[in-house]
Design a protein around this ligand. Structure first.
Ligand SMILES: Nc1ncnc2c1ncn2[C@@H]1O[C@H](COP(=O)(O)OP(=O)(O)OP(=O)(O)O)[C@@H](O)[C@H]1O
Ligand SMILES: [Mg+2]
Length: 471
């Protein structure tokens, strides 16, 4: 087990010595006793639903090396193992994150945007891992605890660090990017997500632009030239002293898409990146994935990584579960494909997913099927934003539409009658209808916000039919 933190480093970061000496140096950091691994430091965080302090005993049973707890709770918990008693455990985790950053020689990139953060983070992880030891955020750990936790987990040996940073409200990104002090910041795209908290697309752009506040002097901002609010973001980046790098289709873009050809399970891409022509295979289909890849290449180059190694690593990248991953099912009259987009949805990612469906080729008797659930957090215009997608359904040559949820009802009603297959209030009431409809050669794309529970629908389809990988 390699040491992540010594007792002396932890004592310095927390400003408190442990109640008993640690048996061994700490090898990881955890805030969840269920996934904690032996040797981890357990930080007891009080969340909305759970209080980590109630799980300290279990953390030690699972082999925690030590725990960080609030001073009031320390007295009773000291019997279980060595404790660092602090005023505020979240604050302590932030201090550990700051200490990790301070001791690090890694080149750091942060990723934000309305959609595609995790996708780009994983692309950068794949690219940079080909160039040197790379540390990246787990899952979508992108908020007030996710970012400090990710930093606190960064080994001193890391050459590259990749952090996802997200927000629901203005002011949330600023402290996180200041903790990360990145050498490059990438904004994927701006779309009306969380608009109910922010009010306008300009306000969303301004909240994302906080990402530049933490950029190190001489650092870079990689921005999508073709996305809404580009000018506003670029202005903010320059105001904070960042060097703007543009990706997109424009002739003067620093990373410019020249040609993209859809191939089985991905794309073959030719691009011009900082004066160099690159040809590479991207292991995820969709033009939005190509945009993400171009941004990631720029950011990686800004960190000093080798562009050729980064580009060839993209062949090994594949979309995550719920973000465009595909699997095949066996229906009574042959195989059909499910595109699982159930993790998340907003108008931007819904349109991208419908384009993916348009580009997919059904078998001889197969059809394009859209199984759509509500896109949440869209504010007062939510219904209209759903209905507007009817045009995209037609443009994508969707044959059948299945809808779940009250907002999607507006889309269902706006869709051509010939397309309407079934609608239900809740996703679980739709599973039987979809399963009955599926035939050999079909391609079904399932998408909705996480809260509209399209994921369980995908899982139910997977269970119902024998399935294989790929497709
Ligand atoms: N550039 C893009 N434009 C439109 N849609 C995209 C783009 N990149 C990814 N997507 C789609 O958006 C969805 C969410 O992707 P991803 O998980 O990467 O986003 P995220 O920003 O990390 O989301 P979260 O805020 O939940 O962490 C997926 O369906 C993905 O295919
Ligand atoms: Mg994410």
């Amino acid at each position: 087990m390699t040491a992540l933190w010594s007792q002396a480093e932890l004592t310095a970061a927390f400003g408190a010595a442990p109640t008993a000496p640690l048996g061994a140096p700490v090898s990881g950091v955890s805030i969840d006793s269920r996934t904690l691994e032996a040797g981890d430091l357990f930080i007891a965080i009080k969340g909305a639903a759970h209080d980590g302090h109630d799980h300290v005993a279990r953390a030690f049973e699972s082999g925690a090396a030590a725990a960080v707890v609030s001073r009031e709770r320390a007295g009773r918990l000291a019997a279980f193992g060595p404790l660092f008693a602090v005023d505020d455990t979240l604050g302590a985790m932030e201090r550990l994150g700051v200490a990790a950053r301070a001791r690090s020689n890694a080149r750091i990139v942060v990723v934000t945007g309305s959609v595609g953060k995790t996708t780009v983070k994983e692309m950068l992880r794949a690219m940079l891992s080909a160039c040197g030891a790379t540390h990246a955020s787990a899952h979508s750990y992108n908020n007030h605890w996710g970012v400090p936790l990710t930093l606190a987990r960064m080994a001193v040996s890391a050459r590259y660090g990749v952090l996802e940073i997200g927000m629901n409200h203005a002011g949330e990104i600023a402290p996180l990017t200041r903790m990360a002090r990145p050498h490059a910041a990438l904004v994927t795209t701006i779309a009306p997500v969380h608009i109910e908290y922010l009010g306008s697309i300009e306000a969303i752009a301004d909240a994302k632009a906080e990402i530049f506040l933490g950029v190190e002097p001489g650092g870079a901002a990689a921005l999508n030239r073709d996305a809404p609010q580009f000018e506003r973001l670029a202005k903010a980046a320059v105001a904070h002293g960042a060097r703007v790098l543009e990706f997109g289709r424009g002739a003067d873009c620093d990373a410019r898409l020249i040609e993209v050809e859809a191939i089985d399970g991905g794309s073959r891409v030719t691009a011009r990146v900082l004066g160099r022509e690159l040809s590479f295979v991207l292991g995820a289909p969709g033009v939005h994935m190509v945009e993400n890849a171009l941004g990631a290449l720029l950011a990686a180059e800004a960190l000093g990584a080798n562009l050729d190694a980064c580009a060839s690593a993209l062949e090994r990248f594949s979309p995550q579960q719920g973000r465009g991953a595909r699997f095949s099912i066996t229906t009574p009259d042959g195989p059909a494909i499910i595109i699982d987009e159930s993790y998340n949805a907003n108008p931007a990612s819904m349109r991208a997913a419908l384009k993916l469906l348009a580009a997919a080729k059904p078998g001889p008797k197969g059809r394009r099927i859209a199984v759509i659930g509500d896109m949440l957090e869209l504010g007062p215009k939510a219904k209209a934003m759903h209905a507007e997608l009817a045009a995209d359904l037609s443009a994508s040559r969707v044959d059948l539409l299945f809808g779940a949820g009250p907002l999607t009802r507006a889309l269902y009603d706006a869709a051509p009658a010939s397309m309407r297959a079934a609608w239900a209030e809740r996703s679980n009431e739709l599973t039987d209808e979809v399963a009955r409809a599926l035939r050999g050669g079909d391609i079904a794309m399932v998408k909705g916000s996480n809260g509209s529970r399209m994921g369980p629908l995908v899982a139910a389809l997977r269970d119902r039919f024998a399935h294989g990988a790929g497709g």
